[in-house]
Design a protein around this ligand. Structure first.
Ligand code: N5H
Length: 257
């Protein structure tokens, strides 16, 4: 049985693929399987070639654009260019975050003003900047998703300033959903369980984090980028046309504990 909704002829923007393990890549693959045309954004020239290589695995040619989300100018420019190249945008997958790795261990309150501002800027404000830049280019039923994590709702050791950034991101989803709902655009987040991505690199006890999910989560297994992709496809397609402002936990049920 083909469970995929048809996204043929529709363009989706995918921000934040860095390699084949990226959550954004799982989402891109699900969108591709549903027939969507994809526009990828990457953060710097060194990420372009590997991303283009990855893109060759897709069923149809994708396009690639540079966009550093710390620059309003780059964000505005990239959406104008994508609109010029592809026409209206049916949705955006925002899978972007950053915090200084020094702030991701030790005591939370050792975070500096600069580390705090940077983590919030890239990981939370960027969603609002992106949605605003795409405002005039959305289809009337467009859908936006971002990636969040439980550490924005509960204290998770070492997540520190990223927890504060995710709390701001979750709140941004609700305020954006209320505002852009007026033009029919939906805004939701997926709260993914831990996955070994570039983002998890350098996390000392990541294995034990994964093991504790297997032991304690209702489904006793970790989630895959494929599962996040399927849930992303649901939220980005009309399968979820009644859903906005939602944080959907795709985490084997861990958040209920
Ligand atoms: C409780 C945990 C483990 C500890 C915290 C991990 C937080 C990770 C999120 C941030 C976004 C990762 C990050 O910014 C890493 C950078 O400091 C260093 N990496 C880089 O500069 C690379 C090259 C670039 C490409 O990376 C980025 N992000 O731009 C949380 C885990 C159980 C779950 C998890 C890993 C959550 C999450 O938010 O990703």
């Amino acid at each position: 049985m083909n469970i995929y909704p048809s996204l043929e002829g529709k363009t989706y923007v995918v921000m934040g693929v860095i390699n084949q393990r990226s959550i954004a890549w799982g989402i891109a693959r699900a969108l591709d399987a549903a027939g969507a045309s994809l526009a990828f954004t990457y953060v710097g020239e060194r990420f372009k070639a590997p991303l283009e290589k990855l893109g060759q695995e897709l069923s149809r040619p994708a396009s690639y654009y540079t966009c550093d989300v710390t620059s309003d100018e780059e964000i505005n420019q990239v959406f104008q260019t994508i609109h010029a190249d592809h026409g209206k945008i049916s949705g955006i997958a925002h899978s972007i975050a950053f915090a200084d790795k020094e702030a991701l261990r030790g005591e939370f309150s050792d975070v500096t003003r600069e580390q705090f501002a940077q983590a919030l800027d890239i990981s939370a404000f960027s969603l609002t900047a992106v949605v605003k830049a795409a405002k005039d280019f959305f289809t009337e039923d467009a859908s936006v998703i971002t990636l969040t994590y439980l550490g924005g709702e509960k204290m998770v050791p070492n997540y520190n300033v990223m927890g504060v950034a995710k709390a701001a991101l979750d709140a941004s989803v609700r305020y954006l959903a209320a505002e852009y709902g007026k033009q029919g655009v939906r805004v939701n987040a997926i709260s993914a369980g831990p996955i070994r991505t570039v983002s998890a690199k350098g996390v000392g006890d990541f294995n034990s984090i994964l093991e504790s999910i297997e032991e304690r989560a209702p489904l006793h297994r970790n989630v895959t980028t494929e599962q996040i992709g399927h849930s992303g496809l649901f939220l980005l397609s009309q399968m979820s046309s009644g859903v906005t402002g939602e944080i959907l936990h795709v985490d084997s049920g861990f958040h209920i504990l």
